[in-house]
Design a protein around this ligand. Structure first.
Ligand SMILES: Cc1cc2nc3c(=O)[nH]c(=O)nc-3n(C[C@H](O)[C@H](O)[C@H](O)COP(=O)(O)O)c2cc1C
Length: 544
């Protein structure tokens, strides 16, 4: 079911506010020391995911005592899946299908006559001489105490393939270096940033690479930045399909690039083909502070913006964070679609990427229907470990009765449904994982584990469903504290059960346990070792 979808970032903020998903902060807040730490508390302070909000700061200051007219918003794109879903115009459960449809049938963008993103234009010397450059923007410091600069985080970095002319938009961090200079970091390992692939082509031609960094626009357009699309797929077309109409675009004022016409802010410039500059430290989503490395300086040629532009920032670093939510809701359905539709793996039900601290990519859980052939489980495990470079260091398959979101259930499956010798496979990993730089060896192997139920097992040892449901009604009747049931909350059969035991259980629940005693009393045996199962003596259909 399609709902209203925001055509630009202002409309999105209005929608958030009308849904009660936005908190306005009018109190003066220092962008260099207070702003991100304040929002961090909603991820680090034990607040439930559904209770997270976008924070709109309307009284932004900095450590030099400056005041900024431009508001800053954090969490407006993906503080939680509900906020993301609002931006997509679909319910949370339809996010995956919306991505699949949009990728299959992109809608090309259309040039607009009145680009609101160019209502204010500063270019050339103005950027330095009249203080209209980067320092005029209220760019927050993400990890005060560690970061070496304020960083643009909610970016869409637009570059163009010099051979095909196809544009790419990726979300890459960019550090403020001077009023007219940024340092952009594009992942250079294979399968890394699309912008990096473009840069390699410009370097081979010894030509500067035009780049435009969009900060803030229609949320559906923003969401294509972190999404991993095929390298030759123009994100603007996919964004159009997500919105159900062409994205309005305009030509950048100083670069030969198309940008969303209703963006909040666009920073235009060039990246030289052979010049690199130290960038970072910066707190990363893998949970470490990225240390200084040579990355790409960008010489700014223009900054254009709406008259009433709002500055968007994504909160990242240790997960969960806005950065992990924005990827989780987009990556999981893509993995599932790949396993289910492309690899045609039978029995696959869900893909869950582990979020807390690990940041999604390294640890992936697959959920399979009970009875799925082991060969399909293993195809799934290998598929998930190889679908995207950098994802799937540890992939664990569990059965449908265990919720992969529940780590205890995963560990229970590992404890009682997997035998390491038979069910664990260590394989070489094609791509480097984020984080491999912290070890001597830069490569990564992968560990695949089949922790599914492979044969009939006894029932789960909790009262059967009807007893738990009756007891819940009683619980409520007694006015006891509100329940928040976690799976599993009732017992169920898993194949190893028979009529005799069913009868015993029914009699016992009816108070007739003595009938069972009379029956077993007539079945005593001599000469057996204690704990010899009935199934081994073959009596009374006790096959199990
Ligand atoms: C907040 C945030 C920051 C990110 N920072 C970077 C970055 O600095 N460099 C990078 O290459 N990828 C970064 N990513 C991941 C990319 O956005 C992601 O891999 C995306 O698929 C890149 O698009 P591309 O395949 O078109 O390059 C970041 C993602 C998020 C959500």
């Amino acid at each position: 079911m399609r709902r209203e979808v925001a055509r630009d970032f202002h409309a999105h903020l209005q929608l958030l506010e009308s849904e009660g998903l936005l908190i306005r902060v009018g109190h003066p807040v220092n962008k260099d020391t207070e702003l991100h730490p304040l929002v961090r508390w909603q991820f680090a302070g034990g607040i439930a995911e559904a209770e997270r909000r976008a924070f709109l700061f309307t009284n932004v200051t900095d450590s030099k005592g400056r005041h900024y007219d431009m508001p800053v918003v954090v969490g407006a794109l993906a503080a939680n899946p509900q906020i993301y879903a609002l931006g997509m115009g679909v319910p949370v459960e339809e996010i995956g299908a919306a991505w699949s449809r949009a990728i299959a049938r992109p809608i090309p963008p259309e040039h607009a006559n009145n680009p609101t993103c160019q209502q204010v234009v500063h270019r050339g010397d103005e950027l330095v001489s009249q203080g209209c450059g980067l320092s005029a923007l209220p760019v927050p410091v993400s990890t005060p105490g560690f970061d070496a600069a304020p960083y643009l985080t909610a970016t869409l970095c637009v570059t163009k393939d010099p051979e095909s002319g196809v544009q790419n938009m990726g979300t890459y961090r960019a550090a403020l270096k001077a009023n007219d200079r940024l340092a952009v970091r594009m992942v250079a390992r294979p399968g890394g940033a699309g912008g990096y692939v473009h840069w390699q082509k410009y370097r081979a031609r010894n030509q500067p690479m035009p780049i435009a960094i969009v900060v803030g626009c229609a949320p559906a357009v923003c969401f294509t930045g972190p999404q991993k699309l095929a390298i030759d797929m123009d994100e603007l077309g996919v964004a159009g399909a997500l919105m159900g109409e062409p994205v309005r675009i305009t030509r950048a004022v100083t670069q030969d690039l198309d940008v969303p016409a209703d963006s909040e802010i666009v920073i235009e410039g060039v990246i030289e083909p052979d010049l690199l500059e130290p960038e970072a430290p910066f707190g990363e989503s893998n949970g470490y502070v990225a240390l200084e490395a040579f990355n790409m300086p960008m010489r700014v040629t223009a900054i254009t913006r709406k008259r009433d532009a709002v500055f968007t920032s994504i909160i990242s670093q240790v997960t969960p964070s806005e950065s992990s939510v924005i990827k989780k809701v987009a990556y999981e359905p893509m993995f599932l679609a790949n396993l289910r539709d492309d690899l045609e793996i039978r029995g696959i039900r869900r893909v869950v990427m582990h979020e807390r601290l690990t940041n999604l990519r390294p640890v992936i859980f697959l959920q399979f229907a009970v009875g799925t052939p082991q060969s399909e489980v293993w195809r799934g495990l290998h598929g998930a470990a190889n679908f995207q470079s950098g994802c799937g260091k540890i992939v664990i398959a569990v059965s449908e009765d265990m919720d992969p979101q529940n780590l205890d259930g995963v560990l229970w499956s590992l404890a009682y449904r997997a035998n390491p010798e038979d069910d664990v496979h260590i394989g070489p990993h094609g791509g480097g994982l984020q984080g491999s730089q912290y070890r001597k060896s830069q490569s990564n192997s992968c560990m695949l584990i089949d922790a599914t139920q492979k044969n009939p097992m006894p029932p789960l040892a909790l009262p059967a469903r009807q007893y738990m449901e009756r007891a819940r009604a009683l619980w409520i009747e007694l006015g006891l504290p509100a329940l928040n049931a976690a799976q599993p909350w009732h017992g169920y059969q898993m194949g190893q059960w028979n009529d005799r035991w069913e009868l015993f259980a029914r009699r016992t629940a009816e108070g007739n346990w003595a009938l069972n005693g009379a029956e077993t009393g007539a079945q005593t045996r001599k000469g057996l070792t204690p704990e010899t199962p009935m199934t081994q003596t073959g009596e009374h259909g006790a096959k199990g």
